[in-house]
Design a protein around this ligand. Structure first.
Ligand SMILES: Nc1ncnc2[nH]cnc12
Ligand SMILES: [Zn+2]
Length: 334
């Protein structure tokens, strides 16, 4: 089997994806029409023309405009199911999906509408497509910690359905240290914790996420590479890093795929993984992230397999569940 075929047909995990970053342009316009929402773009072509992102904050403006089309339970169901169907076609068998309640609640969407839509689609996709999906409550870091605590409390009826607390949004100027109490609360609830850090922000934000938020995983984390002692620590602690190669290129966090520091992280013994982030905006689902990265970095078969394995090892799964996925990968690969 060629490496290309091995990658595309292997069972894989996507641990870093934003539900609102999976809305394909055609669906965005369908949902806008269904809900009477006026988008800032006149057509799919105009939206695509806006995809030349300069940086994270400029991308987020577009991302926040796009998510306005999500209004009802059916919308959340349709977008979640479409993403899971597209991911299953890439042989993704497990995914943990960030959703951004703060971006929806402020428009009058209810928790019940969000959760029934997302969880309903996850149940149907697991039954019909064999892909398992679990939601991560994704805070927006430009908002206050008080708002974060309110959102966490409002999520309590779904405490068992939500696998973790996460946090994304505009990183620079919004360090993890602003959210110590929110993360402490999440840990009290028994949730796992993850946080975007070291994407556009400095490696010091990764250290803060570890020391102050006591996270179980780091989203992105590529700027850790600027601090060898931090890389050694991440390796020692087997801290998963959810690297998103196409996202880094499209948001100009790195100049090209060849600059994504995956080999350096693997060589140092870090638990680096490959993920999508916002696949409809970055025009790359999981297979393309693996294939593009393997090509650009000239990855060996062993490195590629390690990255796929790390996707399961870095997941919020218990040991038995993780081993079952690794056994499936093993059976596939040999
Ligand atoms: N790449 C990214 N970084 C931070 N927040 C995000 N929200 C959606 N995509 C994001
Ligand atoms: Zn992200």
């Amino acid at each position: 089997m060629t490496l290309h075929k091995k990658i595309t047909s292997a069972p894989k995990a996507d641990l870093h994806v934003h539900l609102e970053g999976t809305i394909e342009a055609a669906m965005m316009f369908d949902l806008a029409a269904r809900n009477g929402v006026t988008l800032p773009w006149a057509s799919v072509a105009e939206l695509h023309a806006a995809f030349g992102f300069r940086n994270l904050p400029q991308f987020l403006e577009i991302f926040y405009a796009g998510l306005q089309v999500l209004r009802t339970e059916r919308d959340f169901f349709d977008v979640t199911y479409a993403f899971l169907k597209r991911s299953a076609a890439d042989n993704v068998v497990y995914t943990e999906i960030h959703f951004s309640p703060q971006g929806h609640l402020e428009r009058g969407v209810t928790w019940t509408e969000m959760m029934d839509g997302i969880l309903g689609a996850a149940t149907k996709a697991e039954r019909e497509l064999g892909i398992r999906a679990r939601p991560i409550l994704g805070l927006q870091r430009h908002r206050s910690e008080e708002d974060a605590l309110k959102v966490i409390d409002a999520a309590l009826p779904w405490k068992q359905d939500i696998v973790a607390l996460g946090m994304g949004g505009a990183e620079l100027g919004n360090p993890p240290s602003r959210f110590v109490n929110a993360y402490a609360r999440a840990r009290e609830l028994g949730w796992k914790c993850t946080c975007h850090a070291g994407e556009e922000g400095p490696h010091g934000y990764v250290t803060e996420a570890l020391d102050l938020l006591k996270v179980d995983r780091i989203d992105h984390g590529i700027r850790s590479i600027d601090n060898p002692a931090l890389v050694a620590r991440l390796a020692r602690e087997r801290m998963p890093l959810t690297v998103c190669p196409y996202s880094n290129v499209r948001l100009q966090a790195v100049p090209a795929l060849a600059s994504v520091p995956l080999i350096e992280l693997l060589d140092a013994g870090c638990l680096a993984t490959v993920n999508t982030d916002d696949p409809s905006y970055f025009e790359a689902y999981l297979n393309e992230n693996f294939l593009g990265t393997a090509r650009a970095l000239n990855l060996t078969e062993v490195q590629t397999r390690t990255l796929i394995e790390n996707g399961f090892k870095g997941a919020f799964l218990d040991e038995g569940q993780c081993t079952a996925y690794l056994d499936r990968l093993d059976a596939h690969w040999t």
